[in-house]
Design a protein around this ligand. Structure first.
Ligand code: FAD
Length: 276
């Protein structure tokens, strides 16, 4: 439970943080809320030689109205996302998913940027970002800024398309004001990770649906979305929830049970979002 020794740096600006990433490359790791990185380091699944603590860069903590989308600073804590009136009005799915993360302690430390960069298929945020059709703005010292769509962000088990020298600066969420949505999370205790979860967001002509903990990566339930677009009802479309996915088996659930949960929760999510 003791991490490998590392250097600790606490930059006072984003530029300084990016310069440190440029200098140390994949030897360095950003520390935001630390609620995923520190457990990984203690388990020695991550062993950066330099930890770059950006947790106090408060200028990256905000929720702004940016026209047809919300702009959320990467270091905005889960609790600030959960209770923000703009998120409640324009992206209530994100607020709901965030409210299901861990316990109050976790939600007061963890950040939206950290949760997305960590790219955990069992995390609640990646599914919400996928269902909402969001994107992340990343920046590096040499490469400037680029935007990564949610569909291109999650590339493998705990892997994202971020380069080691890049930092998520902002998360952009298209407004879904007044459209049906729902978030389902099945776990045994309120503060646990999802055994399976579902984010559903109604969009013109159908819905975007993404599943939690049903595949090595966060994933959209494309077969469900296509069935809805073809006119299937919620119950019929939800039967396709596990299609094309490779859920793992663990102490909480085997593959068959996870697939069953995905179907049941997807049906509930679609119906609660107003799709019959
Ligand atoms: C007890 C416990 C229970 C939890 N339960 C849940 C749960 O139910 N559901 C859930 O979804 N999550 C859960 N979490 C995880 C929690 O949501 C974390 O806060 C989140 O996954 C990571 O956010 P962080 O800010 O703590 O990131 P950190 O741990 O600081 O960083 C995580 C990773 O992202 C990188 N990173 C951080 N910020 C950036 C950035 N801006 N740009 C690029 N890379 C960056 C880091 O280098 C690191 O690799 C739980 C955590 C704990 C400890």
């Amino acid at each position: 439970m003791i991490p490998v020794a590392f250097d600790y740096q606490r930059p006072t600006s984003v530029d300084e943080a990016l310069a440190l990433l440029e200098e140390h490359g994949d030897e360095a790791k950003l520390l935001a809320g630390g609620h995923s990185l520190l457990p990984m380091m203690k388990l020695r699944l991550a062993y950066p030689s330099v930890v770059v603590d950006v947790g106090r860069l408060s200028d990256l903590s905000y929720v702004d109205d940016s026209g047809d989308q919300l702009a959320i600073g990467a270091l905005t804590r889960h609790r600030d996302v959960e209770i923000h009136p703009l998120v409640a009005e324009h992206a209530p799915l994100l607020a709901a998913a965030t409210g299901h993360v861990g316990d109050p302690q976790v939600r007061h430390r963890g950040t939206l940027g950290g949760a997305l960069a960590h790219a955990d298929a069992a995390g609640d945020h990646p599914s919400a970002l996928l269902a909402l059709g969001g994107s992340v703005v990343v920046r590096s010292a040499q490469g400037g800024e680029r935007v990564i769509e949610a569909d291109d962000l999650f590339t493998g088990f705990l892997e994202s398309s971020l380069e080691p020298t890049e930092m998520i600066i902002e998360i952009r969420i298209p407004k879904h004001t007044g459209q049906g949505w729902n978030f389902q999370k099945f776990n045994r205790r309120a503060q646990d990770w999802a055994i399976v979860g579902v984010s559903a967001q109604r969009v013109d002509g159908g819905a975007r649906v993404a599943l939690v903990n049903m595949h090595p990566t966060p994933i959209r339930a494309v077969a469900v979305e296509e069935a809805l677009a073809d006119g299937a009802d919620a119950a019929t479309a939800a039967e396709l929830a596990g299609d094309g996915m490779e859920p793992s088996a663990d102490l909480n659930a085997g593959v068959d049970y996870r697939t069953h949960l995905a179907r049941v929760l997807t049906r509930r999510a679609l119906q609660a979002a107003g799709i019959d």
